[in-house]
Design a binder for this molecule. Structure first.
Ligand SMILES: Nc1ncnc2c1ncn2[C@@H]1O[C@H](COP(=O)(O)OP(=O)(O)O)[C@@H](O)[C@H]1O
Ligand SMILES: [Mg+2]
Length: 271
């Protein structure tokens, strides 16, 4: 299938053309090659999983996509244009938001205030404007608050909107972090192990929210996840990494039957 064609999935979602393309990306830290000559694409509206054993280079790949790391080799194409080296905040302005493997929230702040921090990329007025020219800044504040409240409803966390997030159980903190990322109204959402450390019920909830975000807002999602059951259930296509290399790429069924992938997961020696 050509990347320019859109298609409809078995569950009735439309997957569009390629929105992001990684071409021959290599990332080194001194002598460590975290990513070795990897290419893959992400299509509009798709849920794209990145899987692989610990140390495979998955988080590094998300860090390349959102500009935390700059690869030594390769090109990144976004919305049909080759991306110049950019800082993370510039990339956020392009509509890319993320969550982290280790939760990155302000623990002393409430759920609502944490989600409001996700609006920063959209705020036009600065502090000086707020001091001298209250009207527009206030309107903006009201609008940001409305969006944050909508996200709180969507994620079913009204009961903890005032609670400092440091007091919340881990699974709910992960949900708040998803809310913070959603507040940026991203076009591409990057999730680094959104279900790590969760029990079965929490994983089911998180899977449902990820599917709903994709379905209701049309958000394209790239996620790293270890639970193969979850990956097989919710993703359209899967990239498999091992020791910085790409060893598989395709539908869940395709990668499940890929011998290199099976070997990597069973710990069979491979070159
Ligand atoms: N900032 C960094 N400095 C040095 N080495 C790093 C850094 N980030 C990642 N690495 C190395 O890159 C490799 C891939 O790490 P990572 O991307 O975190 O893997 P994964 O998320 O698949 O577990 C590992 O060997 C790790 O130690
Ligand atoms: Mg990682």
């Amino acid at each position: 299938m050509s990347a320019a064609e859109s298609y409809v999935t078995a569950d009735g979602r439309t997957i569009g053309a390629t929105v992001m393309e990684m071409r021959n990306i290599t990332l080194r830290f001194g002598g460590v090659v975290a990513i070795k000559d990897i290419s893959f694409d992400i299509r509009e509206g798709e849920i794209r999983a990145i899987i692989g054993p610990n140390g495979a280079g998955k988080s590094s790949m998300l860090n390349v996509i959102n500009g935390f790391y700059h690869p030594q080799e390769g090109e990144i194409w976004f919305k049909g244009e080759k991306r110049a080296p950019m800082r993370p905040h510039e990339i956020a302005h392009q509509g890319i938001a993320r969550t982290f493997q280790n939760i990155a929230l302000f623990k002393g702040m409430s759920t609502l205030d944490n989600i409001m921090t996700g609006r920063f990329t959209h705020m036009k007025s600065n502090l000086l404007m707020q001091a001298f020219w209250k009207g527009p800044a206030e309107r903006e504040e009201v609008e940001n608050r409305e969006i944050a409240e909508k996200i709180i409803d969507f994620l079913e966390i009204q009961h903890i909107r005032k609670t400092p997030v440091g007091r919340l159980p881990y699974g709910l903190q992960k949900r708040v972090e998803l809310g913070r990322a959603l507040a940026a109204e991203p076009r591409l959402l990057l999730l680094d192990e959104p279900m790590a450390g969760m029990n079965v019920e929490e994983k089911e909830d998180m899977s449902r929210f990820i599917l709903d975000v994709n379905d209701e807002f049309g958000t394209t999602i790239a996620l790293i996840e270890h639970d193969m059951g979850v990956v097989m259930d919710i993703s359209d296509r899967v990239v498999v990494m091992d020791y910085g290399r790409k060893i598989g790429d395709g539908t869940p069924d395709e990668v499940r039957n890929n011998q290199d992938v099976i070997d990597a997961y069973l710990g069979v020696p491979h070159d």
